[in-house]
Design a protein around this ligand. Structure first.
Ligand code: NAD
Ligand code: ZN
Length: 341
């Protein structure tokens, strides 16, 4: 089959023929229709410090996808050939302290498809049946193929108290833009979205942001719209140090900061003034809660209250992978997807 492979410990990918995956008894084989391209794939393509420390080539890249089941292992009873599915890409052991206390999203033994084992930028992928998520008939392959990053946004927003809240979203990459729409659908009373990139701010506005602003304009807007208190909730979705300080500064006393964005190196905080004496709660987001986030996501999509399709701005065949990497790096894209089969 055709697959996009990280062949060597150096920049680049190669599109080539690889053997079809063999399914174990507890796995299913999926024909991939759509696959989302993520910043992580760009890091692996560039072979930056994170990628070279974490990944062991050769492997098939990609972790966001939807498709059709074409084969099931002998022990699989919950998935049938022909099912339309996506999957949780974090494969956990199911047996450790965290997994057995309902916290699989932070399982220390997590293996991520397209990072630690073969991924989905290929015609076929094998997945444990327990990771499969069935797609409602009403949910397209396009939307199925972006459940992973949408799930990050659902996890971040819905573990805060959003109904009625004033919310600041710092960083309008695909995940921040999804989060804006989710906050609106979940009943936030005022959503301010910030970014340095006007194209991305436009998408945030399309998803329902009440105000779209550059970082330098945010403090004044927050003061004005919250009678000087600060916002109830900040969703930090940039990972940029100045935005992280801004998040801590503009959340109200006793408020909540949801940290999704990943800084590329350690940053310095004044814990006493930025966190402790403000009495705030900081929540670190890892992936998606299994499977609370997935149920919430399906229900919001089914209700029609949240529609992520405007965020998908570019689509390519696998052959166009260099263009896909380029358009993501340019900052001109919302969500970029591959149309595979
Ligand atoms: P992205 O890099 O496309 O989005 C980040 C956005 O922040 C960009 O649009 C950028 O222009 C904007 N930005 C830059 N400086 C800013 C500033 N000062 N104020 C406000 N915005 C600013 O990424 P994405 O795919 O949407 O992911 C968002 C972040 O979440 C990334 O840091 C990514 O690594 C991280 N992430 C975390 C998890 C997790 O499980 N915690 C999962 C996926 C991604
Ligand atoms: Zn575990």
């Amino acid at each position: 089959m055709k697959a996009l492979v990280k062949d060597r410990a150096a920049p680049g990918f190669s599109l080539r023929e690889v053997p079809e995956p063999r399914v174990r008894d507890d796995e299913v084989l999926i024909r991939v229709r759509r696959a989302g391209v993520c910043g992580t794939d760009v890091h692996i393509h560039q072979w930056d410090a994170w990628a070279s420390a974490r990944c062991k080539p050769p492997f098939v890249v990609g972790h966001e996808f939807a498709g059709d089941v074409v084969e099931v292992g002998a022990l699989v009873e919950t998935v049938k050939v022909g099912d339309r599915v996506t999957a949780e890409g974090h494969i956990v052991d199911g047996m450790c302290l965290l997994c057995r206390t309902g916290n699989s999203h932070v399982c220390p033994h997590t293996k991520i498809i397209g990072v630690d084992r073969d991924g989905c930028f290929a015609e076929l992928i094998a997945m444990p049946a327990s990771n499969i998520w069935h797609l409602d008939a009403s949910i397209s392959y396009d939307v199925g193929g972006i459940h992973d990053p949408m799930g990050n946004a659902f996890h971040t927003a819905l573990t805060a108290e959003i109904p009625g809240a004033t919310v600041l979203v710092t960083g309008c990459g695909p995940i921040g833009i999804f989060a804006v729409g989710i906050c609106r659908a979940a009943g936030a009373s005022h959503v301010i979205a910030s970014d340095v990139n006007d194209r991305r701010l436009e998408l945030a506005q399309q998803m329902g942001a009440h105000e779209i602003l550059h970082p330098g304009q945010v403090a004044e807007a927050v003061r004005r719209s919250t009678a000087g208190y600060g916002v109830d909730v900040v969703l930090e979705m940039s990972g940029v140090p100045s935005a992280i300080h801004q998040a801590l500064d503009l959340v109200r006393v006793g408020g909540r900061v949801q940290m999704l964005g990943i800084p590329s190196k350690p940053i310095e905080l004044d814990l006493a003034s930025e966190v402790i004496f403000k009495g705030i709660t900081i929540y670190g987001v890892v992936g998606r809660r299994m499977y609370d986030t997935w149920h919430q996501m399906t229900r919001f999509l089914r209700s029609g209250e949240f529609d992520p399709t405007p965020v998908i701005t570019h689509r390519f065949p696998l052959e166009g992978f260099e263009d896909a990497m380029h358009v993501i790096r340019s900052g001109e894209a919302g969500k970029v997807i591959f149309e595979i089969t």
